[in-house]
Design a protein around this ligand. Sequence first.
Ligand SMILES: Nc1nc2c(ncn2[C@@H]2O[C@H](COP(=O)(O)OP(=O)(O)OP(=O)(O)O)[C@@H](O)[C@H]2O)c(=O)[nH]1
Ligand SMILES: [Mg+2]
Length: 304
Amino acid sequence: MASTNQSPFYQKAEQEYLEATSDRERLACLEIMMKEVPKHKSSEKMRKNLTNRYKKIKSSLAKQKKSGKGGQIGIKKADIQCVLAGFPNTGKSTIFNILTKQKAKTSPHPFTTYQPQLGTFYFEDAQIQIIDQQSFPNHDKSLINSTDTLLITIDNLDQIKKAENFYYRTKAKIILIFNKKDILSETEKRKIKANLESKFKEYNYIFFSNKATKLELEKLKQKIFETFPIIRVYTKEPKKQPSKEPMMLKKNSTFKDATEKVRKGMSKKVKRSRVWGPSSKFGGQVIGLNHILKDKDIIEFLVE
Ligand SMILES: Nc1nc2c(ncn2[C@@H]2O[C@H](COP(=O)(O)OP(=O)(O)OP(=O)(O)O)[C@@H](O)[C@H]2O)c(=O)[nH]1
Ligand SMILES: [Mg+2]
């Protein structure tokens, strides 16, 4: 295959494909390669070859699954998860400790973190799993590729493009955390901000530091929470207070989805239902099963 004519992402994916140790990883590489190959006639053969390989691996994976072999080892992924990643010494473990109140090792020397570390924190009442891990290039590829949200921690603008090489295969949402803002002068900060908003417009970014105020910490947590395609919905009984623990539902879930999550088959038994909160036109609006819910809605319903 004349891969030297291919895009840099293709070449990188091909190299990772050759070094891959699992079928899951091979599939992820092939997906990129298939996307990157130009769609003209001269590369038809190459496209076919890639598609065949992809199909073969996919069916062998499906067989493994059926017989119960294979599968992911290590950390069990929670409903909502984020993973810290970045170059050495950018302050990932420090951020991890601030969010989770743990005491993971931090130091002025690079590569202090040598294995993934699991923690959790709350944004309001939503529990979020967070993982700290080794810096690039020693990062855990499968964590980066499988998580919902990547917190790319940087302390320098040059790191933004360089970091892409290590996570271009992920489907995760990206948040850039520009850390150590405490050591920046106002002028430096202004310049960086201007750059982020012109050259790196496509990035969702936030400034942060280990001197962050409570409000700044809350903002970081909120930004992370907002990347998850999830809403919180509270149930209540007539004349009573809503539940303290939210139900976690996918974005754009309907009232029917909510009742079915409470108990399978329940949507058929609902007699009367009302909603308060962001999706309601007014508090206590009567709704049907197809009503689309929003984050922080409160639903009340009577069943037969
Ligand atoms: N001034 C300042 N220093 C910070 C900040 N965050 C972290 N540091 C320092 O930067 C150094 C590296 O921090 P770590 O949290 O260990 O960084 P890391 O990204 O986890 O690094 P490795 O795991 O070693 O790759 C430590 O000396 C921290 O005290 C910050 O916001 N401001
Ligand atoms: Mg670390």
